[in-house]
Write a protein of this length. Structure first.
Length: 297
C-alpha cells in the first residue's frame, strides 16, 4: 500500500513514468499527423504508461484512475475560455511535471524538448484550427459522463455527470465584457449602440497567459485540482440543475480498432516496461481503503 512507500520509492516511480511518457521516439510518433485514437487505443497507451515503473495497479484502481484522468481533461477542454487556451492547459500540465522532476536534469530536458515541439507545431495555428482541435476532443469525450467526487463537491458537475458552465468570471482574452451591442452601416461606421444586462458578473482579463517555456500561464485550468484554491468557481443555472442525462454507450464496433492497436504495439514496443527484478517484488497501489471496497468498485 502507499503508506509503505518511502520517498525514494515515490521519486523512482515518478521518474520512471515521466521518462517513459516523454521518450523521444514515443513523442516523435505522437507528433506525426494521424487520426484521433479510439477510446480503446487511448486506454492501452494509458495502461502501458501507468505500469512503466515498479508500481502496480489492480483493475479497479486502474479503472478509477483512468476515469478521473479522462473526466478532468474533458473538464479542462470544455471550460477553456478560447480554443487556443488548450495550449496553456497543456503547458500547465508540463509545468507541474517539471516541478516533480526538478532534481533530475536529464528527464527535465526531455520535457523541455516536448515543450519546444508543442510550440513549433501549434504556435502558428489559426483560431479556426484551434477550434477544430477543441471540437474534435469534445466529440471524443461527449458520451463520457462519469461523476467525480471533487467536481460534485465543488458544484462544477451535476449529478448526471454533465459539467456546469460558469456564468461569471474573466471573458476570453481579446474579447469584451458582454453588455453592449454595436450596429454599423455598410461603410463600417458605428450608427447605434444598445446596452443590455447580463446575469453573470464578467470581468476583463488582466493579461494574456504566457506561451513561453517559462512564464505565468494566468489560466488555472490544468493546475492541481486538489489544491485549496480551486481553478474555477461555477454557478449552476436553473436549466442545468434540472438537466437529465440518458446517454448510451456506443456499441458499434470500430473497424480501425485492430489497426490502431497494432500501431500502438509498434509505437510502445520500444519503451521499457519496468519489471521487478531480483528481490524486488514491486509495489501494489490501492486507491481504496480496504480490499472489500476495491472489489465493490
Amino acid at each position: 500500500r502507499v503508506d509503505e512507500w518511502t520517498d525514494v520509492d515515490r521519486k523512482r516511480v515518478m521518474n520512471d513514468i515521466i521518462t517513459t511518457m516523454f521518450n523521444k521516439k514515443f513523442m516523435e510518433e505522437l507528433f506525426k499527423p494521424q487520426e484521433l485514437y479510439s477510446k480503446k487505443a487511448l486506454r492501452t497507451v494509458y495502461d502501458r504508461l501507468a505500469h512503466a515503473s515498479i508500481m502496480r495497479l489492480n483493475q479497479a484502481s486502474m479503472d478509477k484512475l483512468y476515469d478521473l484522468m479522462t473526466m478532468a481533461f474533458k473538464y479542462q477542454v470544455l471550460l477553456c475560455p478560447r480554443p487556443k487556451d488548450i495550449l496553456l492547459v497543456t503547458f500547465n500540465h508540463l509545468d507541474a511535471i517539471k516541478d516533480f522532476i526538478r532534481d533530475s536534469p536529464g528527464i527535465l530536458n526531455q520535457v523541455d524538448e516536448t515543450f519546444r515541439q508543442l510550440i513549433e507545431t501549434y504556435s502558428c495555428l489559426s483560431a479556426g484550427e484551434f477550434q477544430l482541435i477543441r471540437q474534435t476532443l469534445l466529440i471524443f469525450f461527449q458520451d463520457m459522463h462519469i461523476r467525480v467526487s471533487i467536481f460534485l463537491k465543488d458544484k462544477v458537475q451535476n449529478s448526471n455527470g454533465r459539467f456546469v458552465l460558469p456564468i461569471s468570471g474573466p471573458v476570453p482574452w481579446g474579447t469584451e465584457v458582454p453588455g453592449l451591442i454595436r450596429i454599423f452601416n455598410h461603410n463600417g461606421d458605428e450608427v447605434k449602440r444598445t446596452e443590455f444586462t447580463t446575469d453573470g458578473n464578467y470581468v476583463t482579463p488582466q493579461r494574456e497567459g504566457s506561451f513561453d517555456l517559462y512564464g505565468d500561464r494566468v489560466l488555472k485550468l490544468g493546475t492541481n485540482m486538489y489544491s485549496v484554491s480551486r481553478p474555477v468557481e461555477t454557478h449552476m443555472s436553473g436549466s442545468s440543475k434540472n438537466l437529465a442525462s440518458h446517454a448510451k454507450e456506443n456499441i458499434v464496433p470500430n473497424p480501425l480498432a485492430k489497426e490502431e492497436l497494432n500501431f500502438l504495439a509498434r509505437l510502445l514496443g520500444g519503451l521499457e516496461i519496468k519489471e521487478p527484478g531480483g528481490s524486488e517484488t514491486g509495489f501494489r497501489l490501492n486507491l481504496f481503503t480496504t480490499d472489500e471496497e476495491e472489489e465493490y468498485a
